[in-house]
Design a protein around this ligand. Structure first.
Ligand code: SF4
Length: 407
C-alpha cells in the first residue's frame, strides 16, 4: 500500500464539484489528488471503475456528441430531416452509445485498479446498450437547440478554444464559464442564447439532489460574471435540470441574489482552502463520506472509525459486503487463510476469521496485515460451528480489492 510522495497544490480554480469534495472531507481531496509514483505515472490515486457511474458517463458523452452535432448542423428539432441525416452520419444511436462506452472505458487505460474488472464491466454495459439508447432519446426529446447566428465582429470560436470571445446567439454545448475575479469555473452542458433569452441546461444522469439546484445557480452566477463570453453581463432567464424522466426548472436568481451567492462562494472557498493548509488535511469519516471513498484504504482515520462502528446495517449472520482489516496467522488451504479481525469491531476484534482468496497477484505470509475492500462476510451455519470451523468467513469476489499493510 503506497502513501503519497507529495500533496497536491491547492486548486487554482474552484468549481462546484471541487468545493463539494473539499467541504465533505479535505483528506479525501488531498489523498485523491496527491502523487503516487510507486502506483502509476499519473497524478492522483487511481479510481476503481463503478458500473453505475460509468453508465451515467456513457449517457453524458452520447448526449454531448449528439447535441454538439445537432447544434453545428443548425437542427432545431429531432424530427427535422436534417437531424435525422445528422444522426445517420454519426452512425445512429447504437453506434454513438457504443463509441461513448469505449471512450469512457479508455479513461481507465493504465489504471491498475481497473485492469482486473474492466472486461467484466465492458460486457455488463454492452448488454445495457438498448436501455442506454432509450435514456439518451428521452433526454434529447426535451431539447430544442437554436441555430447559431454570427454577429458582426464576433468570431465563431468555441469557448473551448484558446481564446474566449463573446458568445454568439444560438445553442452552445459544453460551455466553460469562468468568473476570473472569483476564481471559479464550471461547464454548462447546453447554453442557448437569443436576443431576448438565455437558458442554461444541465443533464443529470443520477437521481435528483438538492445540491443540483445550487450547482445550476452557481452556473447562472458564472455566466453573469464571465467577462469574455458575456461582456454585457446578461443574466440567465431560465435554468433547467434535465433528468432521465423529466425537466426541473430552478428559480433564476436576480442581481441581488447573485451578489449574495457570490459572497457565499467567496466565504466557503476561503474556508475550504484554509482547511487544506493543515498537514495532513482533516479526515471527516462518516458513512456518507466514506462509503464510496476511493482512497479509504489509505486513510488511517477511516480504519479507526470503522473499528469503532457499532451495529448500523450490520448483522453478520446475514451475508454482506464490508471493508475489513485482518492479520493472517497461517495458510488454511490452497486458496484460504486463517487470521484474526482487526477492524471492524462488530466482527469481534481479535476474533478468528477464515479468508477465502480469489485471483491474488501476490504471495501472502503469516503475520501479514491486509486491508480488504468490498469483501463478502458471513457467519457459517450452526453445524459448521459445531465442526469447530472459524465463526466468520470473508470471501473475496470480483470487486474485492486487497492492500498489504507494512508488517
Ligand atoms: S475514508 Fe472517509 S475520512 Fe478517510 S479520506 Fe475517505 S472520506 Fe475522508
Amino acid at each position: 500500500m503506497s502513501c503519497p510522495s507529495a500533496w497536491s497544490e491547492a486548486p487554482l480554480w474552484m468549481s462546484f464539484s471541487t468545493l463539494s469534495d473539499l467541504e465533505a472531507c479535505p483528506r479525501r481531496w488531498a489523498l485523491s489528488t496527491a502523487v503516487y509514483p510507486d502506483v502509476w505515472k499519473h497524478r492522483g490515486y487511481p479510481r476503481p471503475p463503478q458500473s453505475a457511474a460509468l453508465e451515467g458517463t456513457v449517457v453524458h458523452l452520447a448526449l454531448q456528441k449528439i447535441t454538439k452535432a445537432l447544434v453545428e448542423c443548425g437542427c432545431t428539432s429531432l424530427v427535422d430531416e436534417s437531424a435525422i441525416c445528422t444522426l445517420r452520419e454519426l452512425g445512429g444511436y447504437t453506434a454513438i452509445i457504443r463509441s461513448s462506452l469505449e471512450r469512457a472505458l479508455r479513461s481507465y487505460d493504465g489504471n491498475p485498479r481497473a485492469a482486473p474488472v474492466l472486461d467484466g464491466i465492458r460486457h455488463q454495459l454492452a448488454a445495457r446498450v438498448p436501455e442506454l439508447r432509450s435514456r439518451v432519446q428521452r433526454f434529447l426529446s426535451r431539447i430544442h437547440p437554436e441555430s447559431r447566428v454570427a454577429r458582426p465582429g464576433c468570431p465563431t470560436t468555441h469557448p473551448e478554444a484558446e481564446f474566449r470571445y463573446e458568445l454568439q446567439h444560438g445553442s452552445h454545448t459544453e460551455v466553460e464559464l469562468q468568473a476570473s475575479e472569483l476564481g471559479w469555473l464550471g461547464v454548462a452542458d447546453l447554453l442557448t442564447l437569443s436576443p431576448t433569452w438565455c437558458e442554461i441546461r444541465d443533464f443529470k444522469t443520477g437521481t435528483p439532489k438538492e445540491e443540483h439546484k445550487f450547482q445550476l445557480r452557481t452556473y447562472a452566477l458564472l455566466w453573469a460574471r464571465d467577462r469574455d463570453l458575456n461582456p454585457s453581463g446578461r443574466l440567465a432567464d431560465k435554468l433547467v435540470l434535465s433528468y432521465d424522466e423529466s425537466d426541473v426548472e430552478v428559480p433564476v436568481p436576480g442581481a441581488s441574489a447573485l451578489r449574495s451567492l457570490e459572497d457565499e462562494l467567496k466565504e466557503r472557498t476561503a474556508a475550504a482552502l484554509a482547511d487544506l493548509r493543515a498537514d495532513p488535511p482533516e479526515a471527516r469519516p462518516s458513512a456518507e463520506n466514506c462509503k464510496y471513498c476511493a482512497v479509504r484504504h489509505l486513510c488511517e482515520e477511516y480504519w479507526q472509525w470503522n473499528a469503532r462502528r457499532q451495529g448500523e446495517d450490520r448483522d453478520p449472520s446475514k451475508g454482506r459486503f464490508a471493508d475489513l482489516q485482518i492479520k493472517l496467522s497461517g495458510q488454511h488451504g490452497p486458496s484460504s487463510w486463517d487470521g484474526v479481525v482487526q477492524s471492524p469491531s462488530d466482527l469481534k476484534a481479535g476474533g478468528p476469521i477464515l479468508l477465502r482468496t480469489l485471483n491474488l497477484r501476490f504471495d501472502l505470509h503469516p503475520d501479514q496485515r491486509l486491508r480488504l475492500l468490498n469483501v463478502h462476510i458471513s457467519k457459517p451455519s450452526e453445524e459448521s460451528i459445531e465442526d469447530e470451523r472459524p465463526p466468520i468467513v470473508a470471501t473475496m469476489g470480483a470487486s474485492t480489492e486487497v492492500f498489504l499493510l507494512p508488517t
